[in-house]
Design a protein around this ligand. Structure first.
Ligand SMILES: Cc1ncc(COP(=O)(O)O)c(C=O)c1O
Length: 406
């Protein structure tokens, strides 16, 4: 064998323009979501990761994140990574062998807390509810009466099934009364519906950039209360993480010194995404999300499809729709993408498809395009649907409730 034969052959890949479809898909799934032009522009820039300009970006992100989380916390960090990295930072810093966590499990993402907590050697107890049900405060109260926990975790919205933890404020109150820290995943809900970190007594809350905030994927945000900060100082070591150690993150986010090279483009994009939220105001943004989601629900039901989750604990930011009997959900989704360039999500083993209502997804042209594509795709699968009635219901809701909002 000659030396040349031993070389790994040089690939000749297509350019990224050739890889991407000629017409981009409209991202109407469970995230990532479309981004505003300002965010896309900011995400195309690179600046140095340290220095005066970056310091202004960092301070701006923290100040705007305080508004979005509704907190006065000092310890707020952007993390280079997905939302799961923020979850990992919380679990890896607050838990260690000998510590005990109660995980409220209603689906895939709430269960991820248990996997991570187990991974750092904590004792994990699950409070598990049946499919499509929320965790209720009463159940948490009973569980907390039976044992002592250092941490309680939950999701505000469970993306995998479309269930909303409506009783989150009460659950956080109960955790506090029981002397536990409350950790909340607001990944698919932040800035789409009210969340009041300080008023509700949440100790740690985190989100990703690619959902409600409508920014580029790859940067997560997390906030720690003073009590959580105090608890994580007690970590006996060795610490399981280096990048995801909040004490080290404080070097960059608190003192403007080096921790690791920050995700510069992602932070510039996030700055713009947060600025647009401040400009819109949370109140207006919640109203836009609510009416967009309700209009879409009216349209889906109006054409004869069934929503998977009961109205009282239905998540507005991720809508779960039952796949009609005899229809092939994967084929319907593929048809929507190929024919109408609209992409929605599959489920995690459930008989549903999911449509996102986060950030830029909540714009009326996107609603009409998605609902129409959904109706055509499932009609083609044999479902008996009244597409015109569905479109009319969508329009009627928007006219009645969403003037000046959407
Ligand atoms: C509620 C929830 N938590 C956590 C995650 C994990 O986010 P990521 O994929 O960015 O790690 C997701 C992603 O869909 C989510 O919806």
């Amino acid at each position: 064998m000659s030396p040349t034969d031993r070389n790994v052959p040089r690939p000749i890949p297509p350019s990224i323009i050739q890889v991407l479809p000629a017409e981009p898909l409209l991202l109407m799934g469970a995230g990532p979501v479309p981004v505003p032009a300002e965010v896309a522009r900011a995400g195309g820039l690179v600046i140095n990761h340290l220095g005066d300009t970056m310091n202004m970006v960092v301070d701006g992100v923290k100040e705007m994140a305080r508004y979005v989380f509704q907190t006065r916390d000092d310890k707020i960090y952007g993390i280079s990574g997905p939302a799961s990295a923020a979850m990992e930072m919380a679990m890896g810093s607050l838990l260690w062998p000998g510590r005990k966590v109660l995980v409220l499990k209603l689906g895939t993402f709430s269960n991820r807390f248990a996997q991570m907590a187990g991974g750092v050697g904590a004792q994990v107890d699950l409070l598990e509810v049946p499919d499509d049900e929320p965790v209720r405060a009463e159940q948490v109260e009973q569980k907390l009466a039976q044992g002592k926990y250092d941490v309680v975790t939950t999701v505000q919205g469970e993306t995998s099934c479309g269930v909303w933890t409506r009783e989150l404020p009460q659950i956080a109150g109960l955790a506090h009364q029981a002397g536990a820290l409350m950790v909340v995943d607001a990944v698919c809900t932040l800035s789409t519906m009210p969340l009041r970190k300080d008023d509700w007594g949440i100790d740690v809350v985190f989100t990703g950039s690619q959902k409600g905030l409508s920014s580029l994927p790859g940067v997560a945000l997390i906030a720690f209360s003073d009590a959580a900060w105090e608890a994580l100082q007690q970590h006996p070591g060795p610490k399981p993480h280096w990048c995801l150690d909040p004490v080290r993150a404080q070097h960059f986010w608190g003192e403007h010194t080096y921790h690791y090279t920050a995700p510069v483009t992602g932070l510039l994009a996030l700055y713009e995404a947060l600025r647009l939220i401040c400009e819109e105001t949370l109140e207006q943004r919640f109203a836009r999300h609510r009416h967009s989601a309700l209009a879409l629900q009216a349209g889906v039901e109006g054409m004869g499809l069934k929503l998977a989750i009961a109205a009282e604990h239905r998540l507005n930011s991720v809508l779960a729709i039952q796949i009609p009997q005899g229809a092939d959900g994967a084929r319907a989704r593929r048809y929507m993408a190929e024919r109408f360039k609209v992409q929605i999500s599959e489920s995690y083993g459930r008989n549903i498809v999911r449509i996102g209502q986060m950030g830029e997804q909540c714009r009326s042209p996107n609603l009409f395009r998605t609902l129409h594509a959904l109706g055509v795709a499932f009609s083609r699968e044999g479902a008996k649907l009244d597409l015109s009635r569905g479109m009319a219901e969508l329009e009627a809701h928007l006219i009645a409730h969403a003037a000046g909002v959407l």
